[in-house]
Design a protein around this ligand. Structure first.
Ligand SMILES: [Zn+2]
Length: 191
C-alpha cells in the first residue's frame, strides 16, 4: 500500500516535469511572456496525451476596470467575483465535448499595489506604469486524447471589457496561435 502511494507520487512529479519542458519549448514561452496590453487577454493550451494545461491571463482593467490595489469594499468584492468566475472553466471556453476532469484550478491576481496616501506626483507617475493581471490556471484530464478542431470561447460573454484574446496552443498533433476579436468566439486549433 505504501509502495503504491510513493510510486504514484513520483509518477505525478515526473509528469509535471514533462509538462514544464513542453511549456518551455513553445517559442512564445506561454502567456506570461506576452506584453501586457489593455483589452487583450492571453490563452495558452498545452496538451500532454490526455492531460491539458490551460492558462488564461488578462490585464485586471479588462476584468474589474482598475489595476490599483482595492480601496473600497466594492473593489475588493469585484476582485473576488472575478476570481470566482475564473475558477469556472466554462467562463473562459467550452471543453464539454472532451469530457474532462479538472485536477486543479488556481486563480491569482498579481501586481496590484497600494496608492493610498500617495499624493506625490513623481510617485504617482511611477505607479501609473505598473499593471495588474488576473491569471487562471487549470490542469485537466480528458477522456479523449484529441481536442476538437474548434473550441468555443465564452470569455467575451462573461467579461464585457475584454476586447480580444491572443491564443497559443501546443497539442499532440498541432500547434499554433490565433488572435480572436470579440466578435469571433471560434478558436480554430486546426486548419
Ligand atoms: Zn495595465
Amino acid at each position: 500500500m505504501m509502495l503504491t502511494d510513493v510510486t504514484g507520487r513520483i509518477a505525478t512529479h515526473l509528469h509535471t516535469s514533462t509538462l514544464m519542458a513542453c511549456l518551455l519549448m513553445i517559442p512564445t514561452a506561454g502567456a506570461l511572456a506576452q506584453p501586457h496590453v489593455h483589452g487583450v487577454a492571453q490563452l495558452l493550451l498545452v496538451q500532454d496525451n490526455a492531460r491539458i494545461h490551460m492558462e488564461f491571463t488578462s490585464p485586471a482593467i479588462n476584468m474589474v476596470g482598475f489595476e490599483h490595489s482595492p480601496r473600497t469594499d466594492a473593489e475588493r468584492q469585484a476582485i473576488d467575483e472575478v476570481r470566482r468566475a475564473l475558477a469556472n472553466l466554462d467562463s473562459i471556453l467550452t471543453l464539454s465535448a472532451l469530457d474532462c476532469d479538472v485536477d486543479s484550478i488556481e486563480t491569482a491576481v498579481t501586481g496590484m499595489i497600494s496608492i493610498d496616501g500617495d499624493t506625490h506626483n513623481h510617485h504617482r507617475h511611477l505607479h501609473d506604469a505598473d499593471h495588474a493581471e488576473f491569471t487562471a490556471t487549470f490542469e485537466l484530464s480528458c477522456s479523449r486524447a484529441q481536442l476538437p478542431s474548434e473550441l468555443v470561447i465564452t470569455a467575451f460573454d462573461n467579461f464585457q471589457d475584454l476586447e480580444s484574446i491572443h491564443a497559443t496552443w501546443s497539442l499532440q498533433d498541432t500547434q499554433g496561435a490565433q488572435h480572436l476579436p470579440r466578435q469571433n468566439t471560434r478558436l480554430r486549433l486546426r486548419p
